[in-house]
Design a protein around this ligand. Structure first.
Ligand code: 4AD
Ligand code: MG
Length: 472
């Protein structure tokens, strides 16, 4: 098996014979020598291979271009150049796949351009860094929960329930769309459908996780979720990944503490284990003029790690926003006019970036703007909700203490016309041994946006799905 470039760059011994396999990033040719810069995806760095041009044909030399895949073996030697300490003195070279007209040439391409080539962008420095970090964060998530005695729960992708009660779902069916079975009143007869009822892709694993937590104690889901909301923004995807812990006997404050510990654990892990990638992404963003006012990436991550998150009620947040200069001088696109309106991302970012200057947890939202399962507070107007807001991203986590009292839950469901019979199984969890419990959902890509300093959510998921777009 070939050696990994990561290991060679970290601990390769000069004088040893090694073999690498990878893709050519750049080629420099002179009369005496050919330099190929090779990357195999294992790390940010490339290994330079040095080739004697007299040993290879003119034709092969032409084919050794950017994007071509090769296997090279030879001796590791001390490099003559400044840019690297070791290089590979090639003795044998096999071209695995040539790449004529490779679209990603070694120059600065825009992220928009690379999105058109999402199947090839894994081979760039930026996306290599993003996806290695994405892996590291996934690993750290499992690590965090495992250490704390949580069980990883695989909740269904196809569901008959609308977990958020918001109705923004993709239908799952195997009915013939050109010949739909109908009821006498003209509506579609889903009794003829695969599951004999209408089904959708899940918007959240929460309801299933609640049932599991009320037996296993502490569980978490980490899976894909789907939302058919027509939001063409830099923070919304139609298919995204969510991490949802659910904990028996936790109340709202425990839930907030869990969220803060969780996020900080992940940041600490990445700072410790992804130095190379973070340094690369920081350099990259420093070249861009529009981010000059922001702290450099590493500083930003450390800053969030060191600050206790601010905790503020929705009512206090509205008071702050009402008084805020952008509200008074009309620069908010959605002015804050009264208690009860939902916070938009511009408001969330004002609270985080201008007012508190650190992550903010907003709690106790009006019940009218939150999901039916959140626990009603004693004031009758608010629910025990918590949103965690992050710089640059806005809402990164949404969660709550759950309504464990049967009568309150039924009333909340009826108010927004959730059919009780559809969620009879969920009501059973309250019928039989109900308990206080809490949980939240972390938007995984939103966290990766924050950690990598990327600005568009389409650039932190391998193959983004957004309204009107489903390449690959
Ligand atoms: O706030 P949301 O809608 O909460 C829930 O779905 C709860 N059931 C979670 C729970 O309590 N178990 O979504 C949770 C998070 C948001 O804070 C946001 O970070 C992310 O998921 N999110 C999206 N990320 C990308 N694209 C979208 N369209 C998103 N919608 C929500
Ligand atoms: Mg939310």
């Amino acid at each position: 098996m070939a050696n990994k470039i990561k290991e060679l760059l970290q601990s390769g011994t000069v004088g040893t014979h090694v073999e690498i396999k990878g893709w050519i990033r750049t080629k420099r040719v002179s009369k005496q020598v050919v330099f190929l810069s090779i990357n195999d995806g294992s790390c940010q760095g490339n290994l330079q291979a040095v080739i004697d041009p007299s040993q290879i044909s003119e034709e092969l030399l032409t084919e050794l271009g950017t994007g071509a895949s090769i296997a090279i073996s030879g001796n590791l030697v001390t490099s003559q150049g400044q840019a690297q300490s070791i290089e590979l003195q090639a003795t044998e070279l096999t071209l695995l796949g040539s790449a004529p007209d490779y679209p990603i040439q070694p120059k600065a391409h825009s992220l928009e351009f690379l999105r058109e080539w999402s199947h090839l962008r894994f081979r760039t420095n930026t996306f290599g860094a993003v996806f290695r970090i994405r892996h590291a964060v996934s690993y750290a998530i499992h690590n965090f929960f495992h250490q704390r005695g949580f069980f990883y729960l695989h909740t269904p992708i196809i569901t008959a329930a609308d977990a958020e009660g918001a109705g923004e779902m993709f239908r799952v069916t195997n009915l013939d769309l050109l010949n739909l079975p109908k009821n006498p009143d003209g509506s579609v007869n889903y009794k003829e459908d695969f599951f004999k009822t209408s089904t959708n892709l899940t918007v959240s694993g929460q309801l299933a996780a609640e049932a599991a937590a009320m037996g296993l104690g502490s569980v978490y889901t980490f899976g894909p979720t789907f939302r058919a909301e027509n939001s063409n923004t830099a923070r919304h995807l139609a298919e995204f990944w969510m991490v949802e812990p659910e904990v028996a006997f936790n109340e709202l404050q425990d839930n907030i503490t869990l969220a803060e510990d969780f996020l900080k654990f992940l940041l600490e892990y990445v700072l410790k284990n992804c130095q190379e990638e973070l340094t690369y992404l920081q350099q990259r963003s420093l070249h861009k003029t529009d981010t000059k006012q922001q702290m450099p990436l590493l500083e930003r991550l450390n800053f969030v790690l060191e600050q206790p998150f601010a905790r503020v009620s929705y009512t206090e947040a509205i008071a702050i926003l009402m008084d805020a200069p952008p509200n008074k001088n009309g620069t908010f696109a959605y002015p804050i006019t009264h208690w009860g309106i939902d916070l938009q991302s511009e408001h969330e970012r004002y609270l985080v970036e201008h007012h508190f200057k650190k992550p903010v947890v907003v709690i106790n939202y009006p019940r009218e703007i939150k999901a039916f399962y959140m626990r009603q507070n004693d004031d009758g107007n608010t629910v025990a909700a918590m949103d965690v807001l992050f710089p640059g991203v806005g809402e990164i986590i949404g969660g709550s203490q759950r309504e464990e009292r049967m009568d309150y839950l039924i009333e909340a469901m009826q108010r927004i016309n959730v059919p009780l019979e559809d969620l009879n199984w969920y009501l059973d969890t309250r019928r039989f041994g109900t308990i206080p419990h809490s949980g939240f959902g972390l938007g995984f890509e939103r966290l990766i946006l924050f950690v990598t300093g990327m600005e568009n959510i389409r650039d932190v998921i391998p193959f983004p799905r957004t309204p009107g777009h489903v390449a690959c």
